[in-house]
Design a protein around this ligand. Sequence first.
Ligand code: C5P
Length: 403
Amino acid sequence: MESSAKRKVLLGVTGGIAAYKSCLLLRRLVEAGCDTRVVMTRHATHFVGPLSFSTLSGHPVAADPFESYQVDGAEHVDLSVWADQFVVAPATANILAKSATGIADDFLSTLICAYDRPILFAPAMNHRMWSNAAIRRACGQLQEDGHVLVEPGAGWLACGETGAGRMAEPEFIHEHLDWLWHRTSLLQGRRVLISAGPTVEAVDEVRVLSNRSSGRMGFALARAAQRMGAEVRLVAGPVELPTPLGVCRRDVRSAAQMAQAMLEEAATADVVIMCAAVADYAPEAISGKRKKDGSPWQLSLLPTVDILRELGALPGRETRIIAGFALEMERELEQAREKLQRKGLDFICLNNPRTEGADFGSTQNQITLLDRDGTVQEWPLMDKLLVAERILRHAALRLGNMA
Ligand code: C5P
């Protein structure tokens, strides 16, 4: 994640088997450019050796009993001043209860007590401990105090039982941090609807027609909109991508299903962005499986519904932003401008998969944004999340002008 660069992150590790997963979290943070320091409780050192954490962070680990520990000349509790972000993962029942009541009886709990900003806790424990009334109260108190809890998942627990209590996966904890660090209020109170990915059209009951869209651009839009404070709905064709945090996702397959989902969801949306690569033609699907008999197979393709045009005809159009994407390989600007007008859009994002670094499935994109007011903005090749943020800023600006 590009976004964690140069942040000072203090990772507190407590005594649970999930401590090994914290090594992976630490590695992600280091790879993302964070400056990291690790504090372990005495129990944590029984599960994973401090050497693992010091090797990954590149700094000595502070572990109980209190040891001489220096950060730029500062010691002990000064670590809590040094850190921009404090993460406790795994957070045992013990540390949650102590943090909620202000008990400071070892190095980590002292730092927690001395830290004056929101801490992110990733609880991990046996499912009966997780549902224990005292732990429920502690979690409620921590949230009331402004801290963030990354809920544990349900599943197999190291104690051999199954239930809720498994620490959230490192990438999910990192995603939470990324969200905490980048949320803004530009689209606060707005409803944003995004479509993403390819559609898949059945040829018969076995074969399909589809395209190479990865869904990354649409998912980046959903993620960016959520970080900007919007309530986000994502209608996704079949893709292998995790749902961005806090986003409400609806999965579809065909162009017809996507049309139905988008038209239902759009009625209450302030911003609608059709980023999906919707099939323009779909076969008249046949039942069963067509036999291979050596003769040519002529497919009859029928045009699909143009979702954008239908969206434009919904009531409330005058207070809603509707935008689309255009994938063009020749006479790009001319074609995009024509599409902008024909589909009655507020703006259109033109991309060309032949652009070096912006081909199908890439994590980057190069966009030229054409607005209905005639302005054209050509942006450089950027990470899709940054592209998404720019697109949404443009949408927010247009919405603001409407009000
Ligand atoms: O006409 P064309 O498919 O090139 O237009 C691309 C834009 O139109 C994209 O925003 C795409 O999501 C949208 N689209 C649509 N309904 C279709 C086909 C494309 O809304 N059936």
